[in-house]
Design a protein around this ligand. Structure first.
Ligand code: ADP
Ligand code: 5SP
Length: 506
């Protein structure tokens, strides 16, 4: 068996590529950024062909400097962001940019379908309430607003399946990304023809469903030329980024829970039987026989990325002189502020909000400003607001019967010791950090490892590769101030939601 596995992650802010050995050690890695386009309020799009171009150039650059020879790669796994609606024609040409998971343009389509088809019927089959962020309504949005695209759709692909197609020439749908479509039966893991008809989604545009570790093909000559890989390397179907990050964080048993700090924030609780709640999100895990009960804010790490982009000119300059990153300097500023940010409270609803409030009109809010507040207050309040959305989702999961003891953090935000500690303090849960930036690519690589037989099964893959690096224990000293701010957080939205919806009525 060749010694290495390659994981490719199609995150919202960037693609990450990492080569692992059998023990899960990163041998080499690289990242390449691409754009999110916001052409209108409520819209958020990406260009899948840009993903492919950036993946290829990043990979070529990595291999050019690497000790890794593509010949030594045993298998490739790809994970990607959720709820794309990548419309491709018969030749695999992308017909238009895909609305991504943050996009809420199809709001009125959902409202109509919930009435005509029935919100309860849709939920009973798919395990998820019908909301504009999912793939379902985006397909129907093409039908209504871009008939020339809709008529030419051969298949609708997800982010990982599009890159899988570019690598192998095979169009597939993995089981973990099925939850994007409400004609996917969450009880059986199959497409449901009656629901396709009821929703108006032609079933021929839905690819065949594969397990996430199934080998779907091998790298073609053409893809090898473009990407710097070698033709013939096996590629597995891959899966949802949150689910691969969950696997990469070592979460494969019932009750174990991943805490997500990518562009999106949230959590994924591993369960071994179907358990749905309309306020949360239900998907299959990438591990067969398991589901993930998820909660997710649109804010998450993306909030810090946005603050950095808009307000870190000084820290970027300082960082150049001192060799520190602007985000590290942001962490120092936030560290200097009292827990509770002296009453500054932040709602992270930066692209409407997903679970548990499902409100496309929700807005980001900083509340509690006065002349005493500093940049550090904004940064700390943002961290605390994201942590409060995590607490909100965990509380709802508990009501739904999914109790969580410990969180296992993954994603870029877990690089911040302060932010991880704040999440632990606010939720009252201990947090373990196995690896932050590489958990998701590791999960994708593990899928390839199981698929090509490098690991016997997921138990062995996790045992061999996942190592805990940090532990955070909740600090009770700040309980009172955080509880007070959390009450404010909850009532702020309750008090503002009518105004938000009048302003942003979609
Ligand atoms: N040192 C840090 N402090 C705070 N946030 C960080 C730090 N490093 C990375 N992040 C956050 O991590 C996010 C990126 O995480 P990542 O898992 O790469 O996201 P995605 O896969 O969604 O693109 C950024 O939005 C940034 O806010
Ligand atoms: O929707 C989910 C999970 O259900 C999000 O995890 C998105 O898939 C975005 O992922 P990142 O780009 O933040 O990693």
């Amino acid at each position: 068996m060749k010694p290495y596995l390659l994981g490719i992650d199609i995150g919202t802010s960037a693609c990450k590529i990492a080569v692992f050995n059998r023990e899960g050690t990163v041998i080499d890695s690289a990242a390449g950024e691409y754009e999110v386009y916001y052409p209108q309020p409520g819209w958020a799009e990406q260009d899948p062909e840009e993903w492919w171009r950036v993946i290829c150039s990043t990979m070529k650059e990595m291999f050019a400097k690497s000790i890794v020879n593509p010949e030594d790669i045993a298998g490739i796994g790809i994970d990607g962001q959720s709820w794309s609606a990548i419309a491709v024609d018969k030749k695999g040409k992308v017909l238009t940019n895909t609305p991504i998971w943050m996009d809420t343009r199809a709001f009125s389509i959902c409202r109509d379908l919930n009435e005509t088809v029935g919100a309860e019927r849709i939920f009973q089959l798919s395990g998820n309430s019908l909301q504009p962020s999912y793939t379902t309504a985006k397909i129907l949005w093409y039908k209504e607003h871009m008939p020339e695209v809709f008529e030419n759709i051969d298949k609708i692909l997800q982010s990982n399946s599009y890159i899988g197609f570019k690598l192998t020439g095979h169009m597939t749908q993995d089981i973990s990304q099925g939850y994007g479509l409400h004609c996917f039966d969450m009880h059986t893991g199959t497409w449901n023809k009656e629901m396709c008809e009821a929703l108006g989604i032609p079933s021929h545009i839905l690819p065949d469903i594969y397990s996430c570790h199934d080998v779907i093909g091998t790298v073609t000559e053409e893809a090898a030329k473009e990407s710097g890989l070698l033709a013939g390397i096996p590629v597995v179907a891959g899966g949802l980024d949150a689910a691969c990050g969950t696997l990469g964080a070592g979460v494969i048993h019932t009750g174990e829970t991943q805490e997500q700090g990518g562009q999106a924030g949230g959590m994924s609780i591993c369960i071994d039987s179907y358990k749905a709640d309309e306020r949360l999100i239900l998907s299959y895990h990438v591990v067969p026989g398991k589901w993930l009960l998820q909660g997710g804010t649109t804010g998450g790490g993306g909030v810090m990325r946005w603050l950095e982009k808009e307000f870190a000119d000084y820290e970027r300059e300082e960082g150049r002189k001192t060799g520190k990153s602007s985000l590290d300097l942001f962490n120092h500023l936030a560290q200097a502020v009292n827990p509770g940010s002296d009453g500054l409270v932040f709602l992270p609803y930066m692209a409407g909000e997903r679970s548990p409030i499902w409100d496309p009109n929700a807005k980001g809010v900083f509340y509690g400003l006065d002349f005493g507040k500093t940049k550090g207050h904004f940064i700390r309040a943002a961290m605390e607001g994201v942590a409060m959305s995590l607490k909100h989702n965990l509380d709802v999961a508990k009501e739904a019967g999914a109790e969580v003891d410990v969180l296992r953090a993954m994603g870029g935000s877990a690089n911040s010791l302060l932010w991880t500690q704040i999440k632990s303090d606010i939720t009252g849960k201990p947090i373990v950090v196995p690896s932050s930036d590489t958990a998701t690519t590791l999960g994708a690589a593990m899928l390839a490892g199981v698929g090509v037989g490098m690991y016997l099964d997921f138990e062995e893959a996790v045992k061999m590769t996942v190592e805990n690096k940090r532990y955070h224990v909740p600090n009770q000293a700040d309980r009172e101030v955080y509880d007070r701010n959390y009450k404010m957080y909850r009532s702020l939205y309750e008090n503002l939601k009518d105004m938000m919806s009048e302003e942003g009525e979609q």
